[in-house]
Design a protein around this ligand. Structure first.
Ligand code: NAD
Ligand code: MG
Length: 425
């Protein structure tokens, strides 16, 4: 769009109202950085977080949203007190229903879904049901409920833009993207991937911090080592997921739902430099890739402005400094979580919901130093084998399955913890 058109937009009062679910997280903060560059295009309607009062307060001072929501009630009271002290007219709310309300508020145009984990499901769903433009970072939502979620996107004419950098890259390399606003996502499901000339999706992965760590040392790695990602600065849960490569497993599932593909059509490629963010391989022999510095502000800016492009604040890629680009197949002995994710997607039904819940519990236990890094896949595998796979026919069933898998995972973690306590006596 030319600058004249952008001005017209603003003159007509069509500045976009945006809600950021999870504004204090890594994706949330990056989103605010991009928005700060475009006050003429976007207005922050609501910011939300779990319990981080201080950071949300600073964000409220800078972006002056109408509403701030904290899931935690006590934290919300503190925020309200601090805002009143500064005479800032921000309405403060708390709880899960308040998150859903801001995500579906009729004055809102765009919702950035950047809560981490299953906690993001219901607020993201509320945005979809209200037909918003939904920028989806919260991949766990699709892993839990892909089929139903995508159906609701279509039924409600919501516009789903992938923010996960790989999926954003794939979206940019797909045949219809950027051609006509009506083609995404409404036209997409009518045709399978192959009909659109695509042979496969090449999903790139950095390999995380333990790509070359001797296998026998993995049992002793610490949470801080697991969170020290070589290329990306992210929240702690997704950082551990990157270290186990469960993140890539979740992304395979995410790609299947977003691009209507089967797990066999999604191939994971280890690319340690993280310059190529993913590729699409076509039947005519073409492979299209999206390149850039590893910085989430690029996919965020793309999702915000699509089908236009706006500045993101990311420095241009210095192609000459990227001396080499390496590619390798992942080693499933090193990364058993990746194989578990493929397996769950192939089983279908609520197996991926179970996978996600067990992973969240295991990662949390590892971050709290209750279990070892190498216990994470063991917990997930056990939960997957313990829980009978049912069809994912309603969100209620999905949430029940999520709870059941968490209870099961908690028990397995407790067993491991008591085993370690016994061994150290
Ligand atoms: P983070 O841990 O940095 O931030 C999470 C945000 O969610 C915070 O604002 C937190 O307050 C909020 N939150 C956490 N639990 C909540 C709850 N129970 N209720 C309400 N809010 C809650 O996480 P992140 O790294 O920003 O990742 C967010 C999502 O984006 C994840 O699903 C992740 O997989 C995905 N993602 C992240 C990146 C990245 O670069 N960080 C890249 C791709 C995808
Ligand atoms: Mg990613």
């Amino acid at each position: 769009m030319t600058s004249t058109l952008i001005e017209q937009k603003s003159e007509q009062g069509s500045v976009q109202n945006i809600v950021i679910l999870g504004s204090t997280g890594s994706v949330g903060q990056n989103t605010l950085d991009v928005l700060a560059l475009h006050p003429d295009r976007y207005r922050v309607h609501a910011l939300t977080a779990n319990s981080s009062v201080e950071l949300l307060l600073q964000q409220c001072i800078k972006f002056q949203p109408k509403i701030a929501v904290l899931r935690d009630e006590v934290a919300a009271e503190k925020l309200s007190y601090e805002l009143k002290k500064r005479q800032l007219p921000v309405q403060v709310e708390s709880g899960g229903a308040a998150l859903e309300n801001v995500a579906s508020n009729e004055t809102v145009d765009v919702v950035m879904a950047a809560i981490v984990g299953a906690a993001g499901l219901l607020p993201t769903l509320a945005a979809v049901k209200a037909g918003k433009r939904v920028l989806l970072a919260n991949k766990e939502t699709l892993v839990m409920s892909g089929h139903l979620f995508m159906s609701l996107v279509r039924e409600n004419n919501a516009r789903l833009l992938p923010i996960d950098s790989e999926h954003n890259a794939i979206f940019q390399c797909m045949p219809m993207s950027g051609v006509n606003e009506e083609q995404w996502p409404k036209a997409r499901p009518a045709e399978a991937l192959a009909k659109r000339g695509v042979r496969r999706i090449l999903l790139t992965a950095s390999g995380g911090p333990f790509l070359n760590t001797p296998l026998e040392q993995l049992a002793d790695v610490t949470p801080d080592q697991a969170c020290a990602h070589p290329n990306w600065d992210m929240g702690r849960k997704i950082s551990v997921d990157s270290a186990t490569m469960m993140n890539k497993g979740l992304e395979v599932i995410e790609a299947c739902w977003l691009f209507d593909s089967s797990p066999d059509q999604v191939e994971v490629v280890i690319h340690p430099q993280s310059v190529i963010h993913s590729m699409v391989d076509y039947h005519d022999g073409s492979v299209l890739a999206q390149l850039g510095n590893p910085d989430m502000r690029t996919p965020i800016a793309y999702g915000l402005a699509w089908p236009e492009r706006i500045a993101s604040g990311v420095s241009p890629l210095d192609i000459f400094s990227a001396k080499r680009l390496d590619f390798a197949k992942p080693d499933v002995k090193r990364f058993p979580c990746l194989a578990l994710a493929y397996q769950a997607m192939k089983v279908g039904g609520m197996a991926t919901c179970t996978l996600n819940a067990a992973n969240e519990v295991a990662v949390d236990a590892f971050l709290n130093e209750k279990i070892k890094f190498t216990d994470i896949p063991l917990v997930i595998e056990k939960v997957l084998s313990d829980i009978t796979v049912e069809a994912a026919t309603s969100f209620d069933l999905i949430l029940q399955n999520d709870q059941l898998a968490r209870q099961q995972a908690d028990e397995i973690v407790a067993g491991l913890v008591s085993g370690y306590a016994g061994a150290s006596k």
